[in-house]
Design a protein around this ligand. Structure first.
Ligand code: ZN
Length: 121
């Protein structure tokens, strides 16, 4: 599914669909409030509107393009036995991330694209 883009012009009905709603609310400027996106657009005539502000855009999986609001994570840790006890070996620790819709593994670049902050990984 395509996302609304800032500064791009759309047919008003098409933009409403991109935002995930049936009807637009008009105040001279248009406000499209849907479950996928909320945008403000300017009337350009002939039912064409130009996106002037994106209030909210739901993230999409870079692999399957499904709208997602969660990411699966799993952490792999190697335990090492030394000095008569088990402990985590930090060097061998890594995380996996996956899309809840398609199950594809998400790479570091995918996480960047989704805007997942470094400290949350
Ligand atoms: Zn996916």
């Amino acid at each position: 599914m395509e996302k609304p883009e800032l500064g791009k012009s759309y047919d008003a009905g098409d933009l409403a669909k991109l935002c995930g709603e049936e009807e637009d609310i008009r105040y001279g400027y248009y406000a499209f409030v849907g479950d996928r996106a909320t945008v403000i657009a300017q009337d350009e005539g002939n039912d064409i509107v130009k996106v002037t502000e994106i209030i909210r855009n739901r993230p999409e999986c870079p692999k399957c393009e499904a709208p997602i609001d969660s990411i699966y994570t799993s952490r792999t840790v190697q335990l090492v036995y030394s000095s008569d006890k088990w402990s985590e070996e930090q060097a061998d620790r890594y995380n996996n991330y996956g899309c809840p819709e398609c199950g594809e593994e998400l790479s570091v670049e995918d996480l960047d694209e989704l805007g997942v902050p470094e400290e949350g990984r």
